[in-house]
Design a protein around this ligand. Structure first.
Ligand SMILES: Cc1cc2nc3c(=O)[nH]c(=O)nc-3n(C[C@H](O)[C@H](O)[C@H](O)COP(=O)(O)OP(=O)(O)OC[C@H]3O[C@@H](n4cnc5c(N)ncnc54)[C@H](O)[C@@H]3O)c2cc1C
Length: 483
């Protein structure tokens, strides 16, 4: 017998995972996605017959008994064509002309870095021990609320208290494009969870985000769940304190017992505009939260046989860069996993982008933004190529063609305010305000996705468990995932 009907708004990773869990637990789930493609930030796109990724480059902790491994096993995602990144270098960090390697494995991490920083071995050990402890809380403390303590501590203070060498501090936090390292606000929890997962192990996926979301969607459909694309929800209608239906921009209505929104919380709140139980103070709070930066991406197709495939990521910083205080530019270089052979086929170069640079084109059609916008993209592209040429000298002549995207592109495809890459920023001073609960003031409307608990593939997956636990109970979720 069905446990009830569920509408999930948004087929990003969070929406698909919640749908999968609930369908597997006996609910009738329908996912409604505004776009033509599912996946949200994990969409892929084609240019001249070549497939490029958007918001998926690598994940951490996919090994057996590691932080993401136990969650992905439940979703049947472990036998996808994962490619483990080099154990002696998951992330190469370049600061000025100096090169450092962040390997995987706790002992390997301490031993490798203490070769370059011999006086810091004990400090490195303490650093990884704390990260490991916080990382294991994802699974061990699930549903107990115990990890709130780590939300209330500053990541930057922890780093300064633990590691005395300022250069080593820059190195261990050097893979800076994977979170917003704001010295004033970043909670230790976020810093530790993300960095711990990559110390455990790093992984790319052949076929990228598409491979992952297609497997999830196939699993969901196989169990009887439905996914409809091209359905943009504009309102959730409430009657007597309970949501009864979701309404699309074309006037279609979808009724259900439970509604889950994977859209950005500000977008969800806009859907609850006429609900009497949603007080203006709640709307104001959600709308006032600061979003993370957007990302500019250059996706390059590499001529056949011109460059060797590199099985690690590189982050480049100027010698005076300080990621904790937004000083200097940083660039991340990530290779796509080739279908076969060991030559590079695609390379992505990512850097942060200020929303103000592109915000004047907000609301315009992607192909009709005009010359000035194209010039900004080309200027950013030239900068990316120039920066990356420091480590790939023949890059420019090896590029067959490239495509670029800005934070506006992400806003077009996911509706995220300010084209933010990682959603709402968390602040250790005010976890109660910035750590958003899956529950909304409307009893049967829940939220999920990267703005709630933690961003990234790991963070969104964990958040899906928290959202579904509100429906089927923490102990049941814990039992199923641990089985
Ligand atoms: C450039 C970039 C690189 C990244 N690289 C990595 C990486 O290497 N590793 C990693 O772990 N993470 C990475 N991330 C982060 C990761 O991609 C995201 O954290 C994650 O995919 C977010 O999933 P989500 O489900 O929370 O949200 P989204 O992916 O934003 O999904 C939300 C979905 O809701 C839909 N939606 C919104 N409004 C409506 C509506 N009104 N009606 C119907 N549907 C609606 C959207 O269209 C979208 O499909 C990256 C992100 C970016 C931007």
């Amino acid at each position: 017998m069905s446990q009830g009907s569920v509408i999930v708004i948004g087929a990003g990773l969070g929406g698909l995972q919640c749908a999968y869990i609930l369908q597997r637990n006996g609910y009738d789930v329908t996912v409604l996605e505004q776009g033509a493609q599912i996946g949200g930030c994990l969409q892929t796109f084609r240019r001249k017959g070549v497939e490029f990724d958007t918001g998926f480059h690598y994940v951490g902790g996919l090994g057996e008994r590691e932080v993401l491994g136990w969650i992905f096993r439940y979703f049947d995602l472990l036998d996808l064509p994962w490619k483990k990144l080099d154990e002696d270098c998951v992330d190469r960090i370049i600061i000025g002309k100096d090169e450092f390697r962040l390997p995987s494995g706790y002992d390997n991490f301490v031993d490798t870095l203490s070769r370059q920083f011999p006086s810091q071995k004990k400090e490195l050990r303490r650093y990884v021990d704390v990260l490991k402890k916080i990382g294991s809380s994802l699974r061990d403390d699930f549903g107990t609320g115990a990890s709130i303590d780590y939300f209330q501590q500053s990541a930057y203070k922890f780093l300064c208290d633990t590691i005395s060498d300022p250069l080593l501090r820059k190195v261990v936090s050097g893979a800076s494009l994977r979170l917003e390292s704001n010295a004033d606000t970043l909670p230790l929890y976020e810093y530790a969870q993300i960095n711990n997962s990559f110390i455990q192990s790093g992984w790319r996926l052949k076929g990228g985000g598409r491979t992952l979301v297609e497997r999830l969607a196939d699993g969901l459909r196989h169990m009887g769940g439905k996914i409809l694309t091209g359905v943009k929800i504009t309102e959730i209608v409430e009657a007597g304190g309970t949501a009864v239906e979701a309404v699309s921009d074309k006037g279609e209505t979808f009724s259900a017992d439970i509604f889950i929104s994977d859209a950005h919380p500000a977008v969800t709140v806009s859907m609850l505009k006429n609900c009497s139980s949603v007080r203006s103070i709640y709307k104001k709070r959600i709308n006032s939260l600061k979003n993370s930066n957007g990302v500019f991406t250059l996706n390059a197709r590499i001529k056949e046989g011109e460059l060797p495939y590199e099985n690690f990521n590189t982050t480049l910083h100027g010698s005076d860069a300080d990621v904790w205080h937004s000083r200097g530019k940083s660039y991340m270089i990530s290779y796509g996993v080739p279908e076969s052979g060991d030559s590079a086929t695609t390379i992505d170069i990512l850097t942060k982008i200020d929303w103000k640079l592109v915000s004047e084109w907000e609301g315009t059609s992607p192909m009709l933004r005009g010359k000035e916008y194209e010039e900004i993209k080309e200027m950013m592209a030239r900068r990316c190529i120039k920066a990356a040429s420091q480590v790939i000298p023949s890059l420019e002549k090896s590029i067959e063609f490239y495509s670029t995207s800005t934070s506006l592109t992400y806003q077009d495809y996911t509706s995220t305010p300010d084209g933010s890459a990682f959603g709402i920023n968390k602040d250790w001073h005010s976890p109660i305000t910035t750590l958003i609960s899956p529950q909304t003031p409307v009893r049967n409307v829940l939220m999920t996705g990267q703005s709630l608990n933690l961003h990234g593939i790991l963070g969104v997956s964990m958040t899906s468990l928290y959202t579904c636990a509100e429906i089927i109970g923490h102990s049941k979720i814990k039992k199923q995932f641990k089985a």
